[in-house]
Design a protein around this ligand. Sequence first.
Ligand code: ASP
Ligand code: MG
Length: 409
Amino acid sequence: MPRLVMKFGGTSVADLDRIRNAAARIKREVDAGYDVAVVVSAMSGKTNELVGWVRESGALYDAREYDAVVSSGEQVTSGLMALTLQAMGIEARSWQGWQVPVRTTSAHGAARIEDIETQNLDAKFSDGMQVAVIAGFQGLSPENRITTLGRGGSDTTAVAFAAALGAERCDIYTDVDGIYTTDPRIVAEARKLDRIAYEEMLELASLGAKVLQTRSVELAMRYKVRLQVLSSFEDKPGTLVCDEEEIMESNVVSGVAFQRDEAKLTLISVADRPGIAAAIFGPLADAGVNVDMIVQNISEEGRTDMTFSCPVDEVPHARKALEQAMERGEINYHGLDADTNVAKVSIVGIGMRSHAGVAKKMFRALANDGVNIKVITTSEIKVSVLIDRKYLELAVRALHDAFDLEKAN
Ligand code: ASP
Ligand code: MG
């Protein structure tokens, strides 16, 4: 029998009515002849509540117990979904991560899937099971402890199962009806895309679009899983994330992404010598600071300024890591300047590979609206700028407009 993976996010399983609504969608696919692996998230808000309890229990919590607690939301929804499907006359069974098992690394709270053993599921499917309801977000460490895959990790569970089971498609049911050119709450004319290439989606996800966990897109790209993002509340096609060869025509720029809460830090006057970048960014990485943009300024008399960006809430960790590196004598700087009022805006599109002048057009559009650019970075298919946070909405609208994203082609 052909196989399908259907993933339902937190808002799609928020209460029993919504679980019934999702179950009705699953029944349709079963009736159409599919063996279905359903991946569920916790009810919306549940994981936040669980994380809150762990944090309240003590600042220095044991990450293994964090996972024991926060993985429980998915256990509830998987059981409820199996019960609901059974009540509809469908042969359904719930599976926790450890029961499959989904083997992961032991990085608790941010584990990576290493392997999914599907023999048990395969046997049950041939035995008449129609739906396997899998608790998303969970896995099993080499030490046989429950792990979780990081926030939003059920997307990754779904894609990993689609790859492991050889599913025809992985449908991600959510509260939006697809991938948009940008956030429709900021730009009313934002347009839903029919298709988007893996690489573009990967950039958009890592640049701040919150629909899919970045890691899930990475996996989909690696294993060529056809991924569809669609609404669980409306009956209409969503957005297909696929190979760029499957996209006939697209705009040069496909979307505008943004990250609101960024910070720009400048280390003033560090020695300009071989190894200095390693001496600065090594300790930052060890402290878990997610450094994004990096600029080394022009040096004078052997000293230089080093500027980088990271999420605002990581600034205290960054400051501490750098101070400690200074105390250990690994680096020496005259000051650390932190601007915590910046945001990052990015344009993404595979069309940039073959079109010149995209960056110029972006900078012109921002200049026309009086938006000052603080840092720029580029890759083959994206341009990102750091700007004052108060201009974020203005910048997103200006760019959406400049690249005519409200129109297809
Ligand atoms: N329940 C988890 C979270 O809220 C995983 C998921 O929903 O994908 O992050
Ligand atoms: Mg999600």
